[in-house]
Write a protein that binds this ligand. Structure first.
Ligand code: ATP
Ligand code: MG
Length: 235
């Protein structure tokens, strides 16, 4: 019997910029990201995208939730998976119950059908992370995880997977192995360059292709050379 751990409720309200402030500069940047992605992969190959970063709090869940909502708004049937079973957040961004989720499916406590939740955004469904299990990496290596992703790519045009930081835990590498593509989120001014390079290498080692790097929280006063030097290293 899996001993799930209770998560403390989050006090801060999270929003999807693309929905709550569609005219904002940030929302415009997310739409530009979507356009850039369509250039960096053949549309049909964009079936699964894992979002990860080197370390914690770099903006993975923000990027995952906004990207998922943009694709859903343009008519694609999208599923967002919160695969961060150590620190689940998607059920706060799209308020749904987290009593069932990825952790309960992988541990055999719930079925896919009654675990996926609809959201307020048409075409966008959410598979929350579920209650925190004692062994997330072990759960992710179960064959049921492979079958799950395969099954979901049949039912959805696009599956976006919000993953834990890749340098902190093995989870993201395990998930990367089951996804076709990955996006690496870098917190500008905070992510150490060597960590970003290591994260890129780990993504490639996991077997998925790196679609690109999202430079998050780039301050206007941060000079162009900072951005350019990252660009060179990530090629
Ligand atoms: N570009 C941004 N501008 C302002 N705030 C941001 C931006 N990106 C993310 N945030 C905020 O920073 C915090 C961390 O973001 P987020 O939860 O998306 O990161 P994460 O990488 O998923 O974190 P974790 O590793 O804990 O899962 C959140 O409060 C989020 O609202
Ligand atoms: Mg997160």
């Amino acid at each position: 019997m899996t001993q799930f751990r209770k998560q403390k409720p989050s006090g801060t309200k999270r929003m999807v910029i693309n929905i709550d402030q569609p005219q904002s500069f940030a929302a415009e940047q997310f739409r530009a990201l979507r356009t850039n992605l369509s250039f960096s992969a053949i549309e049909g190959e964009l079936s699964t995208i894992m979002i990860t970063s080197a370390g914690p709090a770099e903006g993975k869940s923000t990027v995952a939730s906004n990207l998922a909502s943009i694709y859903a708004q343009e008519g694609k049937k999208v599923l967002l998976i919160d695969s961060d079973m150590r620190k689940p957040t998607m059920h706060y961004i799209f308020p749904v119950r987290n009593n069932l989720g990825l952790s309960t499916i992988l541990s055999g406590h719930s079925a896919l059908k009654n675990t996926i939740k609809g959201t307020a955004i048409p075409n966008l469904d959410l598979l929350p992370a579920g209650p925190i299990p004692p062994n997330p990496a072990e759960l992710l290596t179960q064959p049921v995880m492979d079958r799950l992703i395969e099954e979901l790519t049949v039912g959805y045009d696009l599956v976006i997977v919000d993953a834990p930081p890749i340098l902190s835990f093995s989870d993201a590498q395990i998930i990367g192995n089951k996804c076709k593509n990955a996006l690496l989120v870098v917190h500008s001014g905070r992510t150490v360059r060597d960590d970003a390079i290591k994260a890129k290498e780990m993504i490639l080692l996991s077997g998925c292709s790196l679609l690109g790097v999202v430079m998050n929280k780039l301050m206007q006063q941060q000079n162009k050379s900072y951005f350019e030097s990252y660009k060179k290293q990530m090629r």
